[in-house]
Unconditional design. Structure first.
Lengths: 72, 416
């Protein structure tokens, strides 16, 4: 099963740990908020994705079953 | 299948034909005299089938197929609730207020029929204090109906008050801010039950479809966009107001009725959530999403504003963007910071501040903000600003290079 990362922008406070732990798919905008590549994550990167999700202090990230490509 | 005596529809206009020339509310009696009796004996599945066959799409701005929305609240364990959305937070739109003030029984009929169609027992009609008095007056005229409980809720006059999830949150006692989805209201909304949120104009059309049938509804408009729709026209026109037109009809004929001033610089198509379009791009245009898509626009909430040649698109866009930034729910970083930054840059341009960043910075920001809020508020603001950069390229150039503004100091766009 392919997974993708999704952020809840209401919960997100721009802490930025996600971008540190998963720079392959998460970068920060000029105000510190994540720009997420919502494409499906290959099995090799899934561990990094999970660590990024777990590290979020406000639990704003989720791994979801991947659908079509998107940017969130 | 129950036998329904066909009711003959009145002469057009369908919705606005019921409006009294003296501006007073159309009574229940006059409403029934014009439109015929309330279609009381249609079963839920018949009611839904008529809407599906009619091709009615939402008249609020999103244009989602109403038949699909009706079916989306079925099948759950809990009885759904209907919300009639008359919030109309768009400052340049007044069609919903007009319906609620002048012909509210169309909307109330629609709300009641919607509850019957989905097995709901409760309908909530939401609108602002501007027309709530008139709505309550109409509700008081209705005979008691044991099958439905209709209540009202006064929503604040905020731009996002009519956003579906914000409206549901407000009805649940919250502050009226958009919520993260899923769940969408059709899954879990008011009191946690499947909630059918429909714009009041959509409900007015629904009330007539249930009386006269889907074929009648489709006898106006186009195959893919059937029916008529209300359009609010304002700005540099001699006859501003709410017009009812067939979808797919001529844009220029609509504008001609509103009688624009001699020199129009641009039209704002779709209100503050819409885009700027040059008059020449609207030559031969039709009042339809299919046609407007080729011209960089969409019907949206069908609010049109004519910007005269004596105004400056940079100035007006800056004013609107500051308003949209102020109206942010302030829940999402990209919206809060992004829209404020865009508004600030536009204001720097207006005052020909030498520290204004070059336009590429603004363009990149717009692209970055897009799609990153919980609701579509930042997306609408971004689309408006992007269209301004296209349509008012000359004016942006003048401001960027410190040349005199073409505007003559008049502010056209109403900012609440």
């Amino acid at each position: 099963m392919n997974v993708a990362i999704r952020v809840n922008p209401i919960l997100c406070d721009g802490h930025g740990l996600c971008a540190e732990l998963f720079p392959e798919r998460i970068s920060l905008d000029e105000w510190g908020y994540p720009i997420i590549d919502g494409d499906p994550i290959s099995p090799g990167l899934e561990g990094h994705a999970r660590r990024a999700v777990d590290a979020c202090p406000v639990v704003a990230l989720r791994l979801e079953r991947a659908r079509a490509t998107s940017r969130v | 299948m129950s036998v329904v005596e066909p009711i003959a529809p009145p002469a057009p206009p369908r919705l606005l034909g019921g409006v009294r020339p003296d501006g007073r509310q159309t009574s229940l009696r006059a409403h029934l005299a014009r439109y015929g009796p309330f279609p009381d004996d249609l079963r839920a599945d018949e009611l839904r089938a008529r809407i599906v066959q009619s091709g009615l799409a939402g008249r609020g701005g999103a244009g989602f197929p109403t038949g699909t929305k009706l079916e989306s609240v079925l099948g759950g364990r809990r009885r759904p609730v209907v919300v009639a959305n008359g919030a109309e937070g768009e400052p340049v739109s007044s069609k919903d207020k007009a319906l609620l003030a002048y012909v509210p029984h169309l909307v109330i009929d629609g709300a009641v029929l919607a509850t019957r169609a989905v097995g709901a027992r409760r309908a909530i009609v939401a609108t602002t204090s501007v027309v709530m008095g008139q709505l309550e007056h109409a509700l008081a005229e209705r005979p008691p109906d044991s099958r439905v409980d209709i209540s009202t809720v006064v929503v604040p006059e905020r731009f996002i008050a009519g956003e579906e999830t914000a409206l549901v949150q407000f009805a649940n006692g919250g502050p009226g801010l958009p919520t993260y989805t899923p769940p969408r209201p059709f899954e879990r909304g008011v009191d946690g039950v499947p909630t059918l949120v429909l714009n009041v104009e959509t409900l007015a059309h629904l009330a007539l479809i249930e009386r006269y049938g889907p074929e009648w509804f489709r006898s106006a408009g186009t195959t893919s966009e059937p029916g008529t729709a209300l359009v609010t026209v304002s700005g540099a026109v001699s006859v501003p107001g709410v017009y009812e037109v067939e979808l797919g009809s001529s844009f220029s004929e609509l504008i001609a009725q509103a009688t624009p001033d001699d020199a129009i610089r641009a039209y704002l198509v779709g209100g503050y959530f819409g885009t700027w379009v040059e008059p020449r791009s609207l030559e031969g245009a039709l009042v339809s999403n299919a046609d407007l898509a080729h011209r960089g626009a969409a019907l949206g909430a069908r609010a049109l504003v004519a910007l005269p040649a004596g105004a400056c698109g940079v100035v007006e866009t800056a004013r609107i963007l500051r308003y949209l930034a102020d109206e942010s729910a302030r829940q999402c970083g990209p919206c809060v910071h992004g829209l404020a930054a865009v508004a600030e840059t536009l204001e720097q341009l207006v005052r020909r501040d030498r520290r204004t960043p070059e336009l590429g910075v603004l363009r990149r920001r717009l692209a970055q903000i897009n799609g990153r809020g919980a609701c579509r508020h930042p997306d609408g603001a971004v689309a408006l600003a992007a269209s301004a950069l296209r349509v008012f390229a000359d004016e942006f150039d003048r401001h960027l290079h410190g040349r005199r503004c073409t505007g003559r100091g008049r502010a056209i766009m109403p900012i609440p």
